[in-house]
Design a protein around this ligand. Structure first.
Ligand code: SF4
Length: 683
């Protein structure tokens, strides 16, 4: 058993959505080494600096080891019995006086599928509300909306192995070399050996530097650039007429819309030259097996869903989806289990397996298995939860494994919402900014201490196994959610993670063939996997698309300006994102040796802008947006374009999200992290 001797446990990385298979070696109850597993289907024996070395946080003296309960201004240690009694009393009281919709929960894209399944079940069956969401809302919700509308399913279409089957890779709004390093390395290798590489990104990323064509469109210009590419492909005949006739709808409407997107018009909006646009269209449009891989630079915009639809159009026009090996459209998921949290129904409008809560048949199946009536009206999305807290409609917020006070946009607004709630529960492994605002803090477990599954970016269920015990009185999140349900007077009926996934397989036909037993015996499985006899679908839409008429849907989308504009007072565009060594809020990686490799955040600024502002490398710069001000040392680099700056959000002392705006995608409420107007001043 873990903690008593030397051991080696096979599990899945808990950082990014690549889903690398790792072996965790322990001695005397602590991690001694993590090695990448050669049997891992995605990483094939590789791992990055996070998965391999960022484990020291597990023994940090900062770990939460006991529940905390607020007494006056202070959070003080308490026993589980007291903490759970406070939760039951306060939550129960709010539901009794204001109804179930006065409670909302934010699930965790870091936690296992089984924990997310249990949390949404707790909210729907015990509390009685659909006010449950997860952080895909603030990253890939436009992918879910866009891919579902185009193809009928919200997952990426092709497995990671198809990178090596592609002769042209189009990477849009993603910097996988830093954010998804193992996939970044596979793309790099394929581009250096045989494939053409097109990168669409405002920054000069590592892949952009070796690309055959780099389109550095201004932030917020994606739809114009994608439509410009589509127009050229149509004009030049770089399309698959047979595929379009047999398997797609919407060509006439799209053709009409694209008339506006002349190369000159696109150049005016984006700064991309007509020649570069033509070169990129030629490479993608004439390749045999072109693939699209994209990231949050496509989705985190005020028109992020339009961006996904316009990008997907290219694959449909080219007939490069649902046609076998190579090709496809794949979103790179940010957090390790952001795909799984959504798959499990931690969404306000969808039950497990993407079944609409408004669909009586889907609801009926869940009601029969869960044994109680379910709320019918879709619940609140994360940004709506904050607004509802401020106007009094939401009185209690349950935040599970997300540091929303650091990672969500316009964090002043988020902190005000936390303050406005009468009761906040935070389930965490450290006393984060969000936990400090809570009334009850429940000490959870890290991925190295859990049993369950994650789903990675190419829809693969993979096993997560515990190598360590949670410290002190901390419990796995699975145990905590079950205990909260019991405190509220109900047994959720899923005593183990294995039984929870078995129940989910009965609720959601997409995962009917997936179980811990099968994963332990056969290894990772892709969804859809509709029966225990099926192998799982690595490549989607081979026979037909999952849309109501079985055909892919092209989308005619206009270009609309970003939600936030620069002006004379705020002349620079700030782009936010991640860096190689750290991960999201940095809660874990800043408590490891990785901190030595990257001890502080910097503001990336172009040499011409630095010169104009009289800045030298390392000078402290004040960065002010319409919502707040932070300061960071300058890092002068040609990796950003003139007029644009870049900041990561890993360090609370450089709180990038104090700056970001409340503008959101009109379809999904995904925030516009990638366009913030700022001004700069040397401190
Ligand atoms: Fe973990 Fe992602 Fe690095 Fe793989 S690439 S080791 S999944 S952080």
């Amino acid at each position: 058993p873990p903690g008593t001797a030397t051991a080696a446990v096979d599990t899945t990385c808990g950082y990014c959505g690549v889903g690398c298979a790792l072996t965790v070696h322990t001695a005397d109850g602590a991690v001694s080494e993590i090695t990448p597993d050669r049997r891992g289907p995605v990483n094939r024996g590789h791992a990055c600096v996070k998965g391999r070395f960022a484990y020291g946080f597990t023994t940090s003296p900062d770990r939460l080891t006991t529940p905390l309960v607020r007494r006056g201004d202070r959070l003080e240690p308490a026993g589980w019995e007291e903490a759970l009694a406070v939760v039951a009393d306060r939550l129960g009281g709010i539901v009794a006086s204001s109804g179930p919709d006065a409670v909302a929960a934010i699930c965790s894209a870091r936690a296992t599928n089984e924990e997310n399944y249990l949390m949404q079940k707790l909210m729907r069956t015990v509390v009685g509300t659909n006010n449950v969401d997860n952080c895909s809302r603030i990253c890939h919700a436009p992918s879910a909306a866009g891919l579902s509308a185009a193809f009928g399913l919200s997952g990426g279409t092709n497995p990671a192995d198809d990178i090596e089957a592609s002769d042209c890779l189009l990477i849009a709004g993603a910097n996988p070399t830093e954010a998804h390093p193992v996939i970044g390395a596979r793309i790099l290798q394929q581009a250096l050996s045989s494939a053409k590489l097109v990168v669409i990104d405002p920054r000069r990323t590592a892949l952009a530097k070796i690309a055959d064509v780099h389109l550095a469109g201004t932030p917020g210009s994606n739809v114009a650039v994608f439509n410009g590419l589509a127009r050229i492909m149509l004009e030049r005949g770089w399309i698959d007429e047979q595929f379009l006739a047999q398997r797609a709808d919407g060509l006439d409407e799209l053709r009409e819309q694209l008339a506006w997107f002349t190369p000159e018009q696109v150049a005016e909006i984006s700064g991309v030259t007509p020649q570069a646009l033509l070169d990129a269209a030629r490479l993608y449009g004439t390749a045999g097996f072109p693939s699209i891989i994209y990231g949050l630079g496509v989705t985190e915009h005020a028109h992020g869903t339009d961006g996904v639809r316009a990008l997907v159009n290219l694959a449909i026009l080219r007939g490069a989806v649902g046609t076998g090996r190579g090709g496809g459209v794949n979103p790179l998921r940010g957090q390790n289990n952001v795909q799984g949290a959504s798959d499990m129904g931690a969404l306000p409008d969808l039950l497990p397996g993407y079944q609409p809560v408004a669909d009586p048949q889907a609801r009926g199946r869940c009601e029969q298995i869960w044994g109680c009536p379910l709320p019918q009206r879709p619940g609140l999305r994360i940004p709506q939860m904050f607004d509802a807290a401020l106007d009094g409609r939401v009185r209690a917020l349950y935040v599970f494994g997300e540091n929303i006070a650091q990672t969500d946009p316009d964090s002043g607004h988020v902190r005000a919402a936390l303050d406005a709630c009468e009761f906040v529960i935070c389930q965490e492994i450290f006393l984060t900014d969000t936990a400090q605002a809570a009334d009850v803090v429940l000490p959870g477990a890290s991925f190295l201490e859990k049993d369950g599954t994650f789903v990675n970016f190419d829809r693969r269920f993979q096993r997560v196994r515990p190598a360590l015990r949670p410290p002190g009185l901390a419990r796995t999140d699975f145990e905590i959610i079950n205990a909260v349900a019991v405190a509220l007077g109900t047994d959720l009926g899923c005593p183990t993670p294995s039984q929870a996934l078995d129940e989910c397989a009965r609720v959601a036909p997409l995962y009917a063939g997936i179980s811990h037993i099968r994963l332990d015996r056969d290894g990772p499985l892709h969804w859809p996997c509709r029966s225990p006899d099926e192998p799982g679908e690595a490549r989607l839409h081979q026979e037909s698309f999952a849309t109501p008429n079985g055909r892919a849907q092209l989308a005619a989308r206009p270009w609309l300006p970003p939600g936030e504009q620069t002006d004379a007072r705020y002349p620079f565009v700030l782009i936010t994102g991640r860096r190689l060594v750290h991960y999201n809020a940095g809660t874990m990686t800043r408590r490891t040796l990785n901190l030595r490799l990257s001890p502080r955040e910097t503001l990336d600024i172009h040499p011409a802008d630095a010169l104009a502002l009289g800045l030298r490398d390392g000078d402290l710069v004040e960065i002010e947006s319409r919502r707040g001000t932070v300061a960071a040392p300058a890092r002068i680099t040609g990796d950003v374009s003139a007029g644009q700056v870049f900041l990561a959000f890993h360090f609370p002392e450089v709180a990038a999200n104090l700056l970001t705006s409340a503008a959101v995608d009109e379809v999904t409420s995904c925030p516009e992290y990638k366009v913030t107007a700022v001004r700069l001043r040397r401190c």
